[in-house]
Design a protein around this ligand. Structure first.
Ligand code: AMP
Ligand code: MG
Length: 421
């Protein structure tokens, strides 16, 4: 089998996974989820023209020639309804958010008036019709779709949902994700330290990557490089929507993951991607029989055992797939343009993801390598703000070169991957 390009492998993954069903979520538990229904406004907001300032509701026609003295006929606080109509030569004292009384068409700020007596003010500036009035329906109009299907629920969206009194809404279900580590050399986190073993970090780094997407994964533990033990664990894992297996996906004689998942009915879609770190990466689908087929398909990612490779493959393939299943319209990490702080060498042939730190100067972002880029050195990942993407045909970059960096922190995502591989 050929080595697939990153974008090709990604296309296969994203075409295989399907949007999951919707379920009901309470407002207080909905942050980070994606709306599976349109939300409409249940009234005009504001419900009538209201004042944007503390001041006086006036008739702009009275103020064509200033200064002018106006009679204050009432006091309208937020929550009050006006009792009187403002006639020529009159005004009403009004607070921010209170309804503008009939007759008045603008609000004059307190600062632009002078109090002459308890019920007389002098106005020194002219004003236009509508000034400092927030018109009825400025925020939303009754019946309008204010949030549409596919909207990611951010704090601002929560505010809108509360505004239209939605306490529960349809959101896309989250995939159930299982994580399995494989390898005889691995030492569980709670096992005593054995100098001949390798601590299992992949289980937890992957756990955190999954959690960062709002999903709580099941940790299946460590399977030995033994076909029967592996089969037992993989069977368990295939009960989930998505199974992440790290290690054992290569072509070594003890790399049993691929043959074993195939034995369990998984159709392998690919197992070689032209990227560094990342190779070998395998992806397969266990098709469910029956009606709801696509909803109950299980997806297996065979991630490389090297800790950095496993995390990078998660970023490039697993995260976009999980986000698609949850209904997110934007699947890819936001990219920024940066200047390279130092030269970077590269052997062409594979798209390279270089762990970098970002700083800023007055030209914008500056990217510098986090140190050794060996795929076994997890500190290069722990220190990284992002992944600098070097295209497969590049032989290297000079200091000062303009580069593309995928941001790994934060929750900002974009529609397209926007990299040159
Ligand atoms: P493999 O893909 O199984 O050949 O593993 C490649 C390298 O990754 C080996 O050096 C493994 O020891 C290491 N490795 C595999 N799984 C893990 C894990 N869960 N945590 C940390 N290192 C691992
Ligand atoms: Mg192994």
């Amino acid at each position: 089998m050929e080595y697939l390009r990153v974008s090709e492998a990604q296309r296969i993954v994203l075409e295989s996974v399907a949007l999951l069903n919707a379920e009901l979520a309470g407002l207080e538990q909905s942050l980070g989820r994606v709306l599976a229904e349109d939300i409409r406004a249940n009234r005009d907001l504001p419900p009538y023209d209201v004042s944007a300032m503390d001041g006086y509701a006036v008739r702009s026609a009275d103020l064509v020639q200033v200064p002018v003295t106006l009679e204050v006929i009432e006091d309208i606080k937020a929550g009050d309804m006006p009792g009187k109509i403002v006639q020529p030569g009159q005004c009403a004292r009004i607070m921010t958010g209170a309804p503008v009384p009939q007759g008045a068409d603008a609000v004059m700020r307190v600062e632009d008036t002078q109090e002459i007596s308890a019920n007389l003010i002098q106005v020194i500036t002219t004003i236009k019709d509508g000034h400092d009035v927030r018109p009825q329906g400025e925020n939303m109009r009754n019946g309008d779709v204010v949030l549409s299907t596919g909207t990611e629920i951010t704090p601002g969206v929560i505010g809108i949902l509360a505004t239209v009194k939605i306490t529960q809404m349809q959101v896309y279900r989250r995939p159930r994700v299982a994580i399995l580590s494989t390898g005889n050399e691995l030492e569980a986190i709670n096992a005593p330290v054995d100098m001949n073993k390798i601590p299992d970090s992949n289980t937890y780094a992957l756990m955190a990557q999954v959690q960062a997407l709002g999903i709580t994964p099941a940790l299946l533990g460590i399977a030995r490089d033994d076909p029967l033990e592996l089969e037992h664990y993989l069977k368990l894992g295939l009960e989930y929507d998505v199974l992440l297996v790290s290690g054992g996906t290569s072509v070594g004689v003890h790399d049993y993951v691929r043959p074993t998942v195939e034995k369990l009915g998984v159709a392998m879609k690919f197992w070689r991607v032209a990227m560094k770190p990342g190779h070998p990466l395998a992806f397969g689908v266990l098709h469910a029989a029956g009606e709801e087929a696509r909803q109950s398909d299980a997806f297996v990612f065979g991630l490389p055992g090297n800790p950095v490779s496993s995390m990078v493959c998660f970023e490039e393939f697993v995260a976009p797939a999980l986000r698609r299943m949850m209904g997110h319209p934007r699947l890819f990490r936001r990219t920024v343009s940066a200047r390279l702080a130092h030269p970077l060498k590269m052997r062409p042939g594979r798209t390279e993801f270089v762990r970098v730190q970002l700083t800023q100067d007055d030209t914008g972002y500056v990217a510098s390598s986090t140190g050794t880029q060996s795929s076994g050195v997890l500190l290069s990942m722990a220190r990284a703000d992002g992944l600098l993407v070097m295209s497969a045909d590049s032989t290297g970059l000079a200091a000062g070169a303009q580069v593309t960096v995928q941001l790994m922190d934060g929750t900002a995502y974009q529609h397209e991957m926007n990299i040159r591989e």
